[in-house]
Ligand binder design. Structure first.
Ligand code: ZN
Length: 396
């Protein structure tokens, strides 16, 4: 397949390549990038002339939950896994149709992310490429209580639980180092894990050449986990300047999930309890200031929603809603775009395969009429979506 007449968006340098042609081979990989006037095309080859549109890499959103039930209080930990799979598969398909060719899942009931990933690989349904945690590992009375997590205590317990998720096929491990916002009786300011427990999962992750993702409300617990080797932090509702600098200095990643504290209409639509909505909104200003602290310190910020990323929030997919919020918080347009492309790939340890348009990279693309690096709002209209060389959405 050739994609011709493309303005290729280099998400790393910000340069735009004109009149480009990109060849995707039968394995779904980019095999050649050249000028549209210089290609010789085989008669049998498919050509997609994108008529001067901007061609960007497929989008990557990194804090997805496909199986979560809204409101959370309706979660049934003993749900039939087939039901979990149908719910999650529909959300995966929606994310792909919104331009997300890759997602990172960070806790799925019944390890449904791992099952979907395997089913999609053999062609049973169309899904974004999935990097999954399987089940998050929680202390028995911690943030994950009642959500179908793996439950553990102490160094050995957490180590064994992490090994269990890896053996089931997990790509990374998810833990909760503080409480959260949406659950009664807990606070995102309360630490939930001991040094030994965090060290147990970090050891298992290192043995699997992987990493630990932490649901993290506030600075003290973040400093604790950073010291013990956690590298991927989520939310950061209360992140002070010195903690932000420590994260930046260590090369850690932060997925701020700004939409969690500023999507009132979405929460109402999903039937969240009033107390949960008020809890989320009450943290909104502090969360924004924390993200500004992160931007100032230069932490590598990553796009993630905490919602199914293709779910519509105020008329746009959650991942784009989040992208616009990060940009409005002060993250430059190019860094915002990197948070959902090249930097997301870096977090996934896929920087040599995903998140850019380069030879030997995955043939994952989106095309837009306007330049996303000039204005991210141009991503509101994605005309073409291709994943691994397969057309998901064709130009109308
Ligand atoms: Zn989450």
């Amino acid at each position: 397949m050739w994609i011709t007449n493309a303005k290729i968006v280099d998400v790393v340098t910000g340069e735009i390549g004109k009149d480009a042609a990109v060849k995707v081979d039968k394995f779904g990989l980019i095999s050649e990038i050249t000028n549209s006037t210089q290609i010789s095309i085989d008669k049998n080859e498919k050509i997609i002339d994108i008529d001067g549109r901007f061609l960007s890499p497929g989008l990557i959103s990194c804090h997805a939950h496909l199986s979560v039930v809204f409101p959370f209080s309706l979660t049934d930990e003993h749900e039939n896994p087939a039901i979990t799979a149908f719910r999650a598969a529909q959300r995966a398909a929606e994310a792909l149709k919104a331009g997300m060719t890759t997602i990172r899942c960070v806790h799925e009931q019944n390890q449904v992310d791992l099952a979907l990933r395997n089913a999609a690989k053999v062609g049973w349904f169309e899904s974004p490429r999935i990097f999954g945690a399987g089940r998050a590992i929680s202390t028995p009375t911690g943030h994950g209580e009642g959500a179908g997590c793996s439950y553990a205590k102490d160094f050995d317990g957490f180590y064994k639980a992490a090994i269990g998720e890896f053996e089931a096929g997990a790509d990374h491990i998810k833990i909760f180092i503080t409480g959260g916002l949406a659950k009664a009786g807990e606070s995102s300011d309360d630490a939930e894990m001991t040094d030994e427990e965090i060290s147990g999962v970090v050891k298992a992750a290192r043995e699997h050449d992987s990493y630990v993702v932490a649901h993290a409300g506030e600075s003290k617990a973040i400093m604790q986990a950073l010291r013990l080797g956690v590298t991927s932090f989520e939310h950061g509702y209360s992140l002070d300047g010195s903690t932000a600098e420590a994260l930046a200095g260590a090369g850690a990643f932060l997925t701020p999930t700004l939409c969690v504290t500023r999507s009132e209409s979405w929460m109402r639509e999903k039937g969240f309890e009033e107390a949960s909505i008020q809890n989320a909104l009450a943290v909104s200003d502090r969360h924004l200031q924390s993200t500004k602290n992160a931007i100032k310190a230069g932490i590598t910020l990553i796009n993630g929603t905490d919602y199914p990323p293709g779910d519509m929030v105020d008329g746009i997919p959650a991942a784009l809603h989040e992208l616009f919020l990060m940009n409005k918080a002060g993250l430059s347009t190019i860094k915002s775009f990197q948070s959902i492309t090249s930097n997301a790939a870096l977090l996934l340890k896929q920087e040599n395969f995903l998140g850019q348009i380069k030879p030997k990279f995955a043939g994952d693309f989106i095309a837009t009429k306007g330049n996303p690096l000039e204005d991210l709002e141009n991503l509101r209209e994605i005309d073409l979506i291709i994943k691994s060389g397969k057309i998901i959405k064709e130009i109308a």
